[in-house]
Design a protein around this ligand. Structure first.
Ligand code: DAK
Length: 263
């Protein structure tokens, strides 16, 4: 791999987009390597993933404008599909993915962060969908995910004006959950991921699926999705151990379910 690095720390995987000369812009090769990296993550030994960018300036400065500049209509659609497929893979990845946004998150950079479950950022982070100024629409799901995350009114304002916003405003509108000094961002993301990994893995996966799938449908259907995934947990050792520990008043074990079962 040239542009993606992967490290495993305990149950946490850290995926780093590493193309700092272009501020980690997403070209076809980066997208291919990103897809291959997620495909290779061992779901038996990994319970949460952190996605970040290399360097101290940029998370991802967007899709690669140089590569996009000469695309035909058909090629543009194909490039959009390539990105959308990878982003959807992240969004529906069985385990949670936390975006640690360490600088520019513009266009495709903002969009890839929105395909993650949770976004936290550094104080120098900048968010925006500049596409309208480049003569295109957001092409990696920005029109859809931004509106769902921050509401249609704010999403339309950001997309129509192509105005960038800073970390504090991203926090205020709910685009990110927290803002950290740059040097504290990755440790905070890893700590959050480790906190997720300390919970029952099947329950966490089912929570992700229930939230994601439920948001696509009406409430009556969504509640049935939750019922099914809730019921499935009762076939796991984690449920028996977790509730057993509580009932036995085992204070040591009560807060954390043990042993973990990953299948
Ligand atoms: N693509 C390619 N190279 C980029 C890049 C990008 N998005 N962003 C930065 N770079 C490169 C610069 O060209 C420069 O390269 P060299 O000149 O050194 O070779 C290097 O990174 C450093 O950038 P700067 O010199 O510009 O650094 P500054 O600190 O001065 O400025 C900046 C940082 C982030 C403000 C600036 O680089 C910038 O404005 N970058 C572009 C940001 C942007 O507009 N991003 C959105 C791209 S549009 C679709 C699929 C996807 C999309 C749309 C449609 N379909 C096919 C339907 C997605 C679109 C986008 O993401």
């Amino acid at each position: 791999m040239e542009f993606i690095t992967y490290e495993q720390e305990g149950f946490v995987g850290v995926v780093t987009i590493n193309r700092p000369k272009a501020l980690n812009a997403l070209n076809s090769q980066v997208l291919d390597e990103l897809e291959a990296t997620f495909d290779a993550i061992d779901l038996d030994t990994t319970r949460a993933v952190v996605l970040t960018g290399a360097g101290e300036k940029s998370f991802v400065a967007g899709a690669d404008i140089g590569e996009m500049s000469t695309l035909t209509k058909a090629e543009g659609e194909a490039f959009g599909k390539k990105g959308n497929d990878v982003f959807r893979k992240i969004e529906t990845f069985p385990i949670p993915v936390i975006a640690a946004i360490n600088g520019f998150a513009l266009g495709g950079g903002c969009e890839i962060s929105m395909s993650c479950d949770i976004r936290i950022c550094s104080e120098n982070a900048v968010f925006g969908q500049p596409e309208a100024g480049l003569g295109i629409t957001p092409g990696f799901g920005g029109t859809q995910r931004l509106a769902r995350l921050v509401g249609a009114g704010m999403a339309k304002q950001m997309i129509y004006t192509a105005r960038n916003i800073k970390a504090d405003e991203a926090y205020r509108i709910g685009l990110v959950n927290a803002v950290y000094p740059l040097e504290e961002l990755l440790p905070a993301a890893k700590k959050m991921a480790a906190g997720i990994a300390a919970n029952a893995p099947i329950a966490v996966r089912n929570c992700k699926k229930a939230i994601n799938d439920g948001l696509q449908v009406d409430m009556d259907t969504a509640i049935v999705i939750e019922e099914k995934l809730f019921g499935d947990c009762f076939e796991t050792e984690d449920q028996k151990a977790g509730m057993g520990n509580f009932l036995e008043k085992d204070k040591e074990k009560k807060l954390k379910v043990v042993p973990f079962q990953n299948k």
